[in-house]
Design a protein around this ligand. Structure first.
Ligand SMILES: *[C@@H]1O[C@H](CO)[C@@H](O)[C@H](O)[C@H]1NC(C)=O
Ligand SMILES: *[C@@H]1O[C@H](CO)[C@@H](O)[C@H](O)[C@H]1NC(C)=O
Ligand SMILES: *[C@@H]1O[C@H](CO)[C@@H](O)[C@H](O)[C@H]1NC(C)=O
Length: 495
């Protein structure tokens, strides 16, 4: 349902040229609702004009594009279109060219963060969109500044007088940046020039993919230590020595809340004495990040080292991702007793074999985190029906659980049905990602050699049964799916 104001705003922006002319005469209170409507309906001219005339010090995507009483839709989570984002940038550069009337408040901060946070697997179009956006900033600003400077100089020469130089008030543009090998060059240039341009690019979340260590370090040097919230390095294969080198650049970020080092392939199993020294160094540096709340060390071998790593932290973590980390029972026993337990909202233990000696400690971990946990991911953990059944009592104590990832476990239809019934007590549960049941495969034993062997007909039947069970229990608000990436999955954990 949309409010009457929202419906009117939508109507007003139908004719974009007219709406742009009318804008100066509309009350400022309507700018926010017009912005949301224009963003959703891709009315780029209106959007551009709105930014150019924005009468408040702050223009924040978070505030403007969220759910509100005017309109329930959340454009930020709908993967904003490239056109709309670019229109905002163009509006900004128009604003720099033409100073707004003096009586208007100056825009000080354009906060565009949050765009890339939507969903778990950010797709490539979002990335290209971002690269283009940055290049738009760069070209517009630099081009315009050079042009006006040249014109002024020419005029000054003619008049042989020194002109009063118009310097626009700097506007901070807060963004989340993603950099890959191909976008590294221009992003670096943009960051370097941004310090001297009227648009100060300021990074909140930084993500680098497959970027060599030296480039990553270079990039980190250019980021503002005050504002950086997350460093997310993916597929960097740093190994232990690289990690230590990197930490030296990371510790200056005093406000860092999140450090993600997935696929760094650090191997802490049986270290040489030299490597042992490096590891101690790493722990010392990690300890300096005293606001850290989220840590991801997925795909590194941490066997027997989790306690050493996490006890170095000053404050408890709220999110811990240690997927495919070859954890040992001692690691989970540490976690169950550590100060982190009652604070963990997100726990990812995927890819660790929980079916053997880890099962008991895993259940203790669940008891320790039950007051806080909202997201549990145990994808590909070798859990069979018996393991699941014995885990249900501890699992069902996690009353705030909203997401349960069970994909890739050898569970049967009967195990899944039991889970469905017993999880009724989890009133906040929204999404369960379940595996194709083992009894739907034509050839056993587990794991099946190829997905082709799935008995589609049998699986469709199971699916229908589960759906019917949810329906008769009046629990259609819970989505049971086998789709790991989920349809438009919301952020179950946010910083
Ligand atoms: C990083 O190192 C590689 C090879 O070692 C070199 O080709 C590249 O130019 C370096 N990049 C930077 C930004 O220093
Ligand atoms: C997982 O652990 C169980 C019990 O220790 C063992 O039998 C099984 O082979 C392990 N699975 C894998 C894939 O290593
Ligand atoms: C759960 O883990 C799997 C395997 O690592 C991963 O693909 C999936 O994205 C994770 N889900 C969430 C919600 O983090």
């Amino acid at each position: 349902m949309h409010s009457l104001v929202f419906l009117c705003a939508r109507q007003v922006i139908q004719d974009q040229v007219f709406a742009c002319q009318a804008l100066a005469f509309l009350p400022q209170e309507l700018y926010a609702v017009l912005f949301k409507a224009a963003f959703l309906d891709r009315k780029t001219l209106v959007l551009q004009k709105l930014v150019q005339m924005w009468p408040f010090p702050l223009l924040s995507f978070h505030q403007l594009l969220r759910e509100n009483s005017d309109c329930r839709r959340i454009p930020l989570q709908e993967r904003p279109t490239k056109e709309s984002v670019q229109a905002v940038i163009l509006g900004l550069s128009a604003r720099l060219r033409e100073p707004p009337p003096r009586r208007k408040l100056q825009l000080q901060l354009l906060d565009m963060t949050g765009i890339l946070d939507s969903g778990y697997e950010e797709d490539l179009t979002t990335m290209t969109m971002w690269s283009r956006t940055v290049s738009v900033i760069q070209t517009c600003i630099m081009g315009q500044l050079n042009k006006s400077l040249r014109q002024r100089r020419r005029r000054a020469k003619r008049r042989k007088a020194v002109p009063p130089i118009y310097t626009p008030t700097p506007i901070e543009v807060r963004v989340d940046l993603r950099v890959t090998h191909s976008s590294y060059g221009f992003l670096k240039d943009t960051l370097q020039t941004s310090a001297f341009s009227p648009l100060r690019l300021c990074c909140r979340d930084f993500r680098a993919e497959e970027l060599p260590l030296n480039s990553t370090v270079d990039m980190l040097e250019l980021l503002d230590p005050m504002h950086l919230r997350r460093v997310d390095l993916c597929f960097n294969s740093l190994e232990l020595s690289g990690l230590c080198e990197l930490m030296a650049s990371i510790v200056k970020f005093n406000n860092l809340l999140s450090l993600k080092l997935q696929y760094s392939y650090v191997d802490l199993w049986q270290l040489s004495s030299e490597a042992e020294e490096s590891f101690r160094l790493f722990i010392t540096e990690l300890n300096k990040l005293n606001r850290l709340r989220e840590l991801n060390l997925g795909s590194s071998c941490l066997s027997g080292r989790l306690g050493q790593l996490l006890s170095a932290l000053q404050d408890p973590l709220e999110s811990l991702e240690v997927a495919f980390c070859y954890l040992l029972p001692t690691d989970l026993r540490y976690l169950a007793q550590s100060p982190h337990g009652p604070h963990l909202k997100k726990l990812d233990l995927s890819g660790n074999n929980l079916s053997g000696a880890l099962l008991g400690p895993f259940q203790s971990v669940l008891k320790a985190v039950c007051v806080s946990l909202t997201l549990l991911n145990v994808t590909e953990c070798e859990l069979m029906d018996t393991h699941l059944l014995s885990t249900l009592p501890s699992l069902c104590r996690c009353v705030h659980l909203r997401y349960l990832g069970l994909y890739g476990n050898p569970l049967s239809t009967s195990g899944l049905k039991t889970l469905l019934v017993r999880s009724e007590v989890l009133s906040e549960l929204q999404l369960v990602v379940y595996p194709f049941p083992v009894d739907c495969y034509e050839i056993l034993p587990w794991p099946p050699p190829a997905a082709i062997l799935l008995d589609e007909e049998k699986f469709a039947h199971v699916q229908a049964e589960l759906r019917q069970m949810l329906l008769s229990a009046d629990r259609t608000n819970v989505l049971w799916t086998t789709d790991v990436y989920g349809p438009n999955m919301p952020d179950y954990f946010s910083l």
